[in-house]
Design a protein around this ligand. Sequence first.
Ligand SMILES: Nc1ncnc2c1ncn2[C@@H]1O[C@H](COP(=O)(O)OP(=O)(O)OP(=O)(O)O)[C@@H](O)[C@H]1O
Length: 359
Amino acid sequence: MATQDAGTLEVVGATRRFGAVTALAGVDLTVRRGEMLTLLGPSGSGKTTLLKIVAGFETPDEGAVRVDGRDITMAPPAKRDIGMVFQNYALFPHMTVAENVAFPLLMRRIPRAERERRVQETLKLVDLPTHGGRLPRQLSGGQQQRVALARAVVFDPQLLLLDEPFGALDRQLREQMQLEVRRLQQRLELTALFVTHDQEEALVMSDRIAVMGQGQIAQLGTPEEIYRAPSSRFVAGFIGESNLYRARPLDDATAELEGGMRVPLPHKWPGGTGDLGLMLRPERVRSLGPDDAADIAFDGLIEEVVYLGETIKYRIRSDDGRLSVLARWPLHEANRILSSGHRVRVGWRSADMHSFPWS
Ligand SMILES: Nc1ncnc2c1ncn2[C@@H]1O[C@H](COP(=O)(O)OP(=O)(O)OP(=O)(O)O)[C@@H](O)[C@H]1O
């Protein structure tokens, strides 16, 4: 299958209002050729509106959409050369699997022999080589979703759009489909825009993630960048579990946490500015021996224990009551599961915290 057609997608200054609601507020976004970029955000943050603008189901009030530099802002969906998989973008129930997959080729007047060849090739690609003669209702949910995917890529589109495509699948199938779709997208080198509100799914699927909030992109980066260095409270709270503290800078190297504990800062902070947020991932908290030193260390009491299989999560409160921290430790490192009420000494390196402006 030809792959050199895969396009670069650019959204420039896209704004969309519905009455008093601004669903999108001047979004700029470039999806690189062959990249899977995920729009991740809470309900109502504008993900679907942005996807619809790219697909052509919505027109922006301001701004433009370009593929490979060509302006398609006003082009009807059928003229956009975009493959789509939506949760409720159903297969045609009265058509066989092969007819469903052939449909986009029929619309593009591809001759029959070529059509049959491509359908067969694509069904093989999604691991359903012998299912062409079945009707959709004779397939499982996961198989139906694979057919939808085949139908979306069979015509070698410039762009693939996926909007919560696994929402209806159970967890195990969902995880399997995530890997399959990712493999297929990489193999075909498709430029893809993926929408989800599930942060784990975003971390698994994406080359880059755009975290959306209130019609804007709050942060754009690789999964690793977003997890390690969120740029705001909103992003830190949305991706992964974290200890999030509000702190008042005392000088460029020290801050006082709410509750009064003083901590060295991970990065130089301009003094005299407003409060800052300090984020600490639970897996960075260490269990210390009585003589172990750390940049931040205290004795405390385990208040809560959550068993998670491979790891255990503890909520620990410092003896002076000034700080509460969530720690997450692999089970093989802990000799035994500590119980609530147990005394521990914990700490972490200053560099393991990440800082950003609080507001
Ligand atoms: N056709 C419409 N008419 C009026 N308001 C709309 C319309 N479409 C979207 N909105 C509003 O625009 C905002 C963004 O909606 P959008 O569907 O893009 O969010 P989303 O991030 O995709 O949410 P979800 O995860 O729930 O699908 C919401 O406040 C929504 O209510």
